[in-house]
Design a protein around this ligand. Structure first.
Ligand code: GLY
Length: 568
């Protein structure tokens, strides 16, 4: 009955004979909640259906890890531009006792990858090779990451956590207007990089309300539900990946898949302004950048300057500039390069970095390089807290929107283009404009440097904030600004998340801002100091949960997307 009613409503709403344009009449097909306050548990993710899956798992008695596994697989279906099984990511987990863990399920370069694989014989970078097609893909880590997290801390049966995703892929879900638009934009590029017509391409184009059904993906997910890790890294899925690599000239082999293992790492933890911050260590630059930027502004009266005042923005952007200059030289996969984590975050070093800060004048990036250390945009984030206070912060990615745009034939999932996060050649910018050096050069089995910053903040020893965002190199600056908004500018979580954001990454030498970010006189003052201020599209999509003073949890989903929060 419900189905008949739904179809009737859809027929009326989507009738071509209606005289309105679709953007006027098509309502969002799912309930979206931007803010929720709950007694027990909260899930915030980029898609309301994935959020719903997470909450259902928690209500069935699952813990935050169980919910995270289910959300990760659900996002792989309902948020194909970034949710994935063909990509990788990072997880910060803080249990109810206050123990913190970091799981690195970042993609790895295939064993056959080489330093100059994205250059021609004259050393010229061939940028398309690291962005599109099978050669752009690193060995995926997401399934192994979820398997590993569940093996150690999960409570419910593995299969039960994957099945909601199987169902969503098998039966399909209605896409929204923005999803229809992005899929239509990618149509040609999918056609160029796939060996067959994938489910993401529709003859005549997509429109809001269409059902996206992914039968091949459902089969792959079924194998994962039944066989766990082996459902992806052995057997039929491996054969399908190998076939795709042969057809499209990729490097990933059966051995690469078999040998892929996510790694439990020591989280990057530090204290700042009465808070204990737990974030992602290398091979993400996220935790280090966050530590550096917060450290660099801590000697200044930021609160007195005021939110988005020219003084505050100038100071914060100068800290960003210095941290990102360090990123370009000193940060990389710690299994291949000795990242000087202590040196980079030493308070004396940070003070020295700021000794060239001038409150009246912008530093020129060309004149400023990384500090000397003596010691040797499309991603997605979700935050979860369960009824016992276990908290999970996961950022996961295919890198670019829809990754390499290569769908594995017969397996239905998109491969990442994470290889572009390596530096194809020292000094050449990647797709986020980030400059990398020797430390982040391509090498077989190496993990590319990331900016993902899944973070959990404790106050008075209790989990206080669970936060993260997509956005490539803008990720650390977004997390940094949310923490400052909450901690120094006394904002509510909703104000802190929805506030306009800005970003400086050393090179290009500019402050990128969201539309309407600063008052005109603030821009004039920043320009007078020597900054170039450039407007750009939305920065990040923060999903955050905070503990309120009465002990309740509040979840906030970013208004920049169709993200949704739910709790009970
Ligand atoms: N692929 C974006 C990042 O890892 O930072």
């Amino acid at each position: 009955m419900k189905k008949i009613l739904r179809n009737l409503i859809l027929t009326v709403l989507f009738s071509p004979f209606l005289a309105f344009s679709q953007s006027q009449i098509v309502p969002f097909p799912y309930e979206i909640q931007k803010e929720i306050t709950a007694d027990s548990a909260v899930v915030v993710s980029a898609h309301p259906l994935a959020t719903k899956v997470g909450i259902e798992i928690l209500k069935q008695g699952g813990n935050a890890i169980d919910a995270a596994v289910a959300v990760q697989f659900a996002l792989a279906v309902v948020y194909p531009r970034a949710g994935n099984i063909g990509g990788g990511g990072f997880m910060i987990y803080r249990d109810y006792l206050g123990n913190s863990y970091a799981l690195d399920f970042r993609e790895k370069a295939p064993a056959a990858a080489t330093e100059k694989m994205y250059q021609d014989s004259l050393g010229k970078v061939l940028p398309k090779l690291s962005k599109y097609g099978a050669l752009a893909a690193g060995v995926p880590g997401s399934v192994d990451g979820m398997w590993e997290a569940h093996k150690k801390y999960g409570k419910l049966r593995w299969g039960a956590l994957v099945m909601p995703a199987v169902e969503l892929a098998d039966k399909g879900y209605q896409i929204t207007e923005s999803e229809a638009e992005t899929l239509n934009q990618e149509r040609l590029i999918f056609a160029q990089n796939c060996s067959f017509t994938p489910a993401f391409v529709k003859m005549g184009g997509w429109k809001a309300g269409d059902w996206l059904i992914q039968k091949d993906l459902a089969e792959t997910l079924r194998r994962i539900a039944g066989d766990g890790r082996d459902g992806f890294y052995a057997g039929a899925t491996v054969k399908l990946i190998q076939r795709e690599m042969e057809k499209k000239g990729g490097l990933i082999t059966a051995e690469d898949l078999e040998n892929y293992h996510s790694v439990w790492r020591k989280p990057h933890e530090f204290d700042w302004n009465g808070l204990h911050i737990v974030s992602m260590p290398s091979p993400s630059s996220g935790g280090l950048l966050l530590h550096q930027m917060l450290g660099m502004v801590s000697d200044y009266p930021l609160k007195k300057y005021g939110f988005h005042s020219a003084e505050a923005v100038h100071l914060m952007a100068e800290a960003e500039r210095r941290a990102y200059a360090d990123r370009s030289v000193h940060m990389a996969d710690p299994d291949f390069y000795k990242v000087p984590e202590n040196g980079l975050t030493d308070p004396e070093y940070l003070r020295k970095r700021m000794s060239t800060f001038n409150p009246d004048t912008a530093t020129v990036s060309m004149d400023m390089t990384a500090g000397y250390i003596k010691e040797s945009e499309e991603t997605t984030h979700f935050s979860i807290v369960d009824k016992d206070g276990n908290a999970v912060s996961i950022t996961t990615t295919l890198n670019d929107s829809y990754g390499s745009r290569t769908v594995v034939g017969g397996a239905g999932f998109i491969l990442n283009n994470e290889m572009d996060d390596f530096s194809a050649k020292p000094g050449t910018p990647n797709l986020y404009g980030a400059i990398g050096g020797k430390a982040n050069a391509v090498a077989g089995n190496k993990r590319p440097l990331s900016s993902m910053t899944p973070t959990i903040v404790a106050k008075d020893k209790k989990t206080w904030l669970i936060v993260g965002t997509p956005g490539g190199t803008t990720i650390p600056t977004s997390v940094y600004q949310v923490i400052i908004n909450l901690s120094l500018f006394d904002m509510s979580l909703s104000e802190a998340v929805q506030a306009k954001r800005f970003h400086h990454q050393w090179k290009p030498d500019q402050i990128s801002i969201e539309e309407g970010c600063f008052a005109p006189d603030v821009i004039t003052k920043l320009e007078a100091k020597g900054h170039t201020v450039t407007e750009r599209s939305a920065i990040g999509r923060v999903e955050a949960i905070i503990r309120l003073s009465d002990g309740k949890w509040q979840g906030v989903a970013d208004e920049r997307g169709e993200d949704s929060a739910k709790g009970y």
